[in-house]
Write a protein that binds this ligand. Structure first.
Ligand SMILES: [Mg+2]
Length: 459
């Protein structure tokens, strides 16, 4: 027999009994949610590796399946949706090289498994007619704080039961390694899942997993009933509004530029139809990248290049009100697009003649933020430090009067940011204050936010 014949024979020998019984030979329809622990105590290579070697391989094997969805949630002390209910092919594309964990290391050593499972429950990724599988990839130790292990485990058990009661099955991928010096709870948690398959890093479990899910969903008669899933990414029109007044440190502007370049790449990778523009300002407004018309750029590399060319030199005057006004009135937003203004400023609006240090101009900027609401434009603020205040606070020689003045300036800046958020979102200010206001320290969370914003809508 030549090789081809062997292959045909093998196929026939294995498939024939299934065909005779009318059974299926692969996964037909299933909603799979991968819940991946990314806390800092785990080896980053392990966390990254399992995404490409296991999750990616499963998605690849299922990539032509149109009646299934895949979701990826990562968690440490908080859980984040990285990829939301895409068909396996689209999921694979978005997974790319995987998602990094532990951005907040060493802070995020916590692993609140219950929080991640509750998020799965809340988002409800499961369709009635399809198989329902949650794959938990973890070290099996829900960890909040050392004094709290029992309560944390109880919370995890409850979250597991809540999902099981809805007919959801689990699979486990175990990172746990025995350590004689470890007083942790170990295997207790894994047993709670009653998994359809137990996997670990010791082997390639791709095929075994596919087989288990096939077996688990065999009785479902879904292939003919469920229409193909159509996924659509939201389209965004985004204006970056960058403060280049002399209260901002040029090195902070340089950092923000790099951040916006990364964000641009991330957004356009997912949503090819998104448009991005940028303006900078001090006493004047400067168009860096127009949204439409001559000079508008649609490809990520072109925008990234232009963002890199924005000068970091600063000048007198912080006319944030004027810049916001420019952003909403001089841009032709598309009616089908979600509109976003991303404002980067220290929050101290200043008009000429700049002589009266105490006079506040914040109300002018807050007033303009109200117009964003009128025009259905969302607002994100990335708050930068006020350089002058920072210098005084960092200098041990500063007098008490100087320190007080500097602290007041910092407070006034924060108040301006918050008042703008309030003006834009009066009905859910407390929530938006947490989700739409970032600082240099927390700006990486903005990337996650855009992952959520760009989550496909599947129908
Ligand atoms: Mg300023």
């Amino acid at each position: 027999m030549n090789q081809n014949m062997v292959f045909v024979w093998l196929n026939f020998a294995f498939l024939a009994p299934l065909i005779v019984k009318g059974q299926k030979s692969g996964i037909e329809c299933v909603d799979i949610v991968f819940v991946l622990q990314t806390s800092c105590d785990l080896d980053p290579a392990l966390v990254q590796g399992v995404q490409t070697s296991f999750i990616g391989k499963v998605a690849k094997q299922m990539s032509t399946n149109k009646n299934s969805t895949m979701t990826l949630i990562t968690y440490d002390d908080i859980a984040q949706v990285q990829i939301s209910a895409l068909s396996p092919g689209a999921f694979l594309e978005q997974l790319g090289d995987g998602f990094k964990g532990g951005d907040n290391c060493p802070r995020a050593t916590k692993a609140i498994t219950a929080g991640a499972l509750t998020l799965v429950d809340f988002k409800n990724y499961f369709s009635e007619d399809r198989g329902k599988i949650v794959v938990v990839l973890s070290d099996g130790i829900s960890f909040d704080k050392k004094s709290n292990m029992d309560i944390t485990l109880e919370r995890t058990k409850t979250a597991i039961r809540n999902l099981q009661n809805k007919g959801i099955n689990f699979a486990t991928f175990e990172f746990y390694e025995e350590d004689p010096d470890d007083d942790r709870i170990g295997n207790l948690e894994y047993e709670e899942y009653n998994p359809i398959i137990k996997m670990n890093t010791g082997d390639d479990f791709t095929q075994t997993f596919i087989d288990s899910v096939t077996e688990n969903t065999r009785s479902l008669d879904c292939g003919h009933k469920i229409p193909e899933i159509v996924c659509r990414e939201p389209i965004l029109d985004i204006i970056y509004v960058i403060d280049r007044s002399n209260s901002i440190d040029s090195s902070d502007i340089a950092r923000v530029k790099t951040f916006l370049q990364d964000l641009t790449a991330q957004i356009l990778k997912t949503s090819k139809e998104t448009w991005i523009a940028a303006i900078s300002y001090n006493s004047d407004v400067y168009v860096e990248v127009p949204l439409t018309g001559e000079g508008a750029i649609r490809d990520a590399s072109g925008i990234i290049k232009k963002l890199g060319e924005i000068i970091t030199e600063t000048a007198l005057g912080t006319y944030t009100d004027k810049a916001i006004n420019y952003a909403y009135s001089k841009h032709a937003f598309r009616s089908e697009a979600n509109r976003w203004v991303i404002l980067i400023t220290d929050g101290v609006t200043k008009h000429a003649p700049y002589t009266n240090g105490k006079k506040s101009f914040s109300h002018l900027t807050v007033h303009e933020a109200k117009w964003l609401r009128e025009r259905d434009i969302d607002l994100l603020i990335l708050g930068l430090p006020n350089m002058k205040a920072k210098k005084i606070l960092d200098n041990p020689e500063s007098s008490e009067t100087e320190i007080n003045r500097a602290m007041n300036k910092v407070k006034a800046g924060r108040k301006e940011w918050e008042d703008m958020i309030w003006a834009r979102y009066p009905e859910n200010f407390e929530e938006k204050k947490k989700t739409n206001l970032f600082t240099l320290e927390s700006m990486d969370e903005m990337r996650t936010k855009f992952n959520d914003i760009l989550t496909s809508v599947c129908v």
